[in-house]
Each structure stands twice: as C-alpha cells, then as structure tokens.
Design a protein. Sequence first.
Lengths: 176, 88
Amino acid sequence: MTLSYELPLLLLLLLTACAAVLVKDLISAVLILGSYSFFLALVWAWLGAPDVAFVEAVVGAGLATVFFLLTLLSTAPKDTHIRRHAPPKAAMLLLPLLAALLLYATSDLPRFGDPQSPASVHVSPHYLKNSLADTRTTNVVTAVLMDYRALDTLIETAVVFTAGIACWLLLRRDVK
Amino acid sequence: MQLPLLIVLDLLVVLILMYLFRVVRGPTLCDRVLGLNGISTKAILLLIVIGTVYERVEVFVDIATGYALLNLVGVLAIAKYLERRGAA
C-alpha cells in the first residue's frame, strides 16, 4: 500500500530537484525549490506524519520562498542568470557509486512501521507508559518536547528568536 | 485502500506533472508563477485526498488551509518582486 503511491511522488521530487539545480535563472530556481518543498511535504503526509508535513509546507514551501525572494529583492543583482561550470569527472563517477551504496544500505533498515524496530523498543515504551504520570500531559509528543526536553526547547526558542530579530533587522524598510 | 481514491491520487499527479512542465520549461517568469500557482491548488486537493485515505481529514484540512494561506503570501511576494524589478 505504501509503495504504490510513493513512486509518483518521489518521481515528482526527483524531477523538481534536478530542475532546481539545472535551471539557469535564480528566480526560477527559487520557485522550483518551493514546489520541491511542497512535494516533500506530500511525501511526509503520505508516510503518515502530518505534523512534519505541516512544518515543511509552511516553512519550506512558504516562508523560505518568500525569504529567498526578499533576499533577491534587497540585494538586487544586475544579472540573475547563473554561469555554471561542468561538474568534475570524479564527482560524476563517485556520486552515483555513493547513491548505490546508500540504496544497498537501506535493505538493512527495519520495515516501515515495524513495532519491533530498535527505534520503537529503546526509550519509546518508557515515555508512552510514564509520561502521563510524570508530566500530566495527555499528548506524548508535547510531553517530550515541553517537559523532558524543556531546556533544549528553551534554547531552541532562543535561537529561533535571534534568527527572527536578525531577519527583521535585515529586511526592515528604511523609514525616513 | 479504496481503488477510486488511488485513481484520483494518480490523476492529480498527472495534472501536477503537466503544470510542472510549464514551471520547468516556461519561457517567461510569468509562466512559471502561474504553473506554480496551479501546482499548489492541485497539491491542496492532493493533501485532502491523502487525509481521506488515512481517515484523518481534520488534520489534513488544517495543513491544507495553512499552505493555502502561505501560498497566497508567496504569490504576493513574487508579484511584488516582479513589480519592483519592472520586468515580467
């Protein structure tokens, strides 16, 4: 069931990725990258992770596109065309080999949604069993994010806040 | 999984591929913007159909709404860019 529909989605992903790399105009590359992000969000949604899909659609396809365009707008390059050099021979030879190696390694991965996979039997049962008693939070993901990893999340928030201030400082209009 | 839904999903991907051709080849920037806009409408539909397959439509409707809103901002940003640059 999962495989039947993944193939067209992954095909779209591959097509947009190649197009974004090969296109000769920066703005077009930004636009194609936006659609690439959205197809990635669709893959997440198809694999049953709507939260990740939401973040990818909003941040990847929406915000990143807007930020790229704002950057192009404020730097205002004279010529948005890209002059590319042909990739080195070694990269053309070694990267397909690396891809083949990675594909070969995926045969050792546990099956999709396998309850006996190492990731599902290590600490997950502990959180599933004890998070309600420990934190009084009904959502396990929220409990892990906001209680068990509260310090981590706090510093992450500080990082995001700093990045937001930097964006605001860079992108604000000059009021005269 | 229900066969009709799978057929709908595949048809939507075929439609997206047609738009994608315009986005990738599109001689002018306007073609690309319009193609991208078309893709995003199809992708919103696709999200809802995926939600129907998983029988969790509420969550996916939220995602689709969020994406639709941000897509509007994106298209406005592109339009603003084109206006500022003074070329289409």
